[in-house]
Design a protein around this ligand. Structure first.
Ligand code: ADP
Ligand code: MG
Length: 398
């Protein structure tokens, strides 16, 4: 961690010619289970990671905003007045490139009445970008944490996640659910966060896998289809809800309000592929509840079986896995000691996870790397996940 704080600080000094007033960190996240249901009112069970995004920042008296990233060539220059005057729409922010995320956050904070001045910020990151570990939410939440401290904002973690989500949706133009921003803001080290995306009720469960560890397996496959298919799945779920939600008393306002048993009574009314899309949402939500129980009880074997079932549902019913994710998951499962494996994130590439005994982890890593390369031609990257602390995670928000 220190190494990245130093990198952000020295980038700040070399670009802006003075020492930064503060440094900050926001984690990325890995979702254990509860995939593609944060926009269906379901519950999700992610962890914040020790990998994340770092910033060094100072306020500026002249209202100018200057942003640099160690990973991007261009410096972005704007001003608090310019940002305040922009409409919250992707076309207004697209010219800022990567800085659409931090500037979108600044804009959304202003929209909520927070007074911001000019500032300079240098960022760098230890997360792979565009791989389903939420580097975008990490950058948004990081910006909230920085601006809160620079301008002494009375901003809590739940509000910071809503501001970050609004920036990602309205300013960056990515129509995502609340999970990523929420856990990047509110996660705790050594814990998983159980979040009800309908009510934003949340709680923490100690993340203790005993003799096992969680492996993150990056397919290194760019998520090319992800955006268009993501929107298609959202639309299919909305259509399924319109078809059956009103048949209940009171009517269901999201798919995950249906229990699997209720779903069975109406599923015959749904045409394909809506039937399978909705079935994924409803059964995945049940699996999250069971997985939370298993984690709490220390039953890692059961957690692994639920993780397997989640992947199978995402592959067969939701159809968001694809050849590379299926291949890496099957490679992990082919090792007899692996307790479970599944894709994580939006799908169509990006990362998968596996639970393996610590004693067998290196063997699993070698086996997966070899098999995956043989089947797909890609070199994957696999490492043990470490949880990390989110900037608002320890605050008394509720
Ligand atoms: P994911 O959130 O899964 O990593 P996204 O495509 O949603 O993938 O977000 C990746 C984008 O977030 C990058 O293309 C870049 O615009 C921005 N981003 C993330 N981390 C950084 C960083 N350290 N510096 C600059 N931009 C970043
Ligand atoms: Mg993202």
């Amino acid at each position: 961690m220190d190494e990245f704080i130093r990198e952000a600080s020295s980038l700040f000094e070399s670009r802006f010619g003075r020492a930064a007033e503060l440094t900050a960190f926001a984690p990325g996240r890995v979702n254990l289970i509860g995939e593609h249901i944060d926009y269906n009112g379901g519950r999700v069970l992610p962890c914040s990671l020790s990998l994340g995004t770092y910033a060094a920042a100072s306020p500026r008296g002249d209202g100018a905003i200057r942003l640099v990233s160690a990973d991007m060539a261009e410096e972005i220059v704007s001003s608090a007045d310019e940002i305040a005057a922009l409409p919250c729409e992707p076309a207004a922010f697209s010219g800022f490139g990567w800085a659409a995320y931090p500037l979108g956050v600044a804009r959304k904070l202003m929209e909520r009445g927070y007074a911001l001045g000019g500032f300079e910020m240098a960022v760098c990151g230890s997360l792979p970008r565009g791989s389903g570990l939420s580097s975008s939410a990490s950058l948004e939440v990081l910006t909230c944490a920085v601006l809160k401290r620079l301008f002494d904002l009375g901003l809590g973690g739940v509000e910071a996640s809503l501001v970050s989500l609004a920036a990602e949706r309205d300013c960056a133009g990515v129509n995502c659910g609340i999970m990523d921003q929420f856990v990047c803001a509110m996660g705790r080290q050594d814990h998983a966060l159980l979040l009800d995306t309908n009510t934003l009720d949340y709680g923490y469960i100690p993340f203790d896998l005993g003799e096992n560890e969680l492996l993150i397996m990056n397919t290194k496959k760019p998520r090319r289809l992800a955006d268009s298919k993501y929107n298609e799945r959202r639309a299919e779920c909305e259509a399924a809800l319109r078809a059956v939600g009103g048949l209940f008393d009171p009517p269901k306002s999201s798919l995950c309000e249906l229990t699997p048993e209720e779903f069975d009574t109406v599923s015959h009314l749904l045409p394909e592929p809506l039937l399978r899309r909705a079935r994924h949402a409803v059964t995945e939500n049940r699996r999250v509840a069971l997985a939370a129980e298993a984690l709490e009880a220390g039953d890692v074997g059961r957690l692994g079986r639920l993780i397997n079932a989640s992947h199978d549902s995402l592959r067969d019913d939701y159809e968001v896995t694809g050849r590379e994710l299926d291949s890496i998951v099957e490679a992990a499962r082919s090792h007899p000691a692996v307790l479970g494996a599944r894709m994580t994130g939006a799908g169509f590439g990006g990362c998968a996870i596996a639970i393996a005994p610590k004693a067998a982890a290196q063997e699993v890593i070698d086996l997966v790397a070899e098999r995956y390369k043989q089947e797909t031609g890609y070199d994957c990257e696999i490492y043990a996940a470490e949880t990390g602390c989110a900037p608002f995670g320890e605050e008394p928000d509720k």
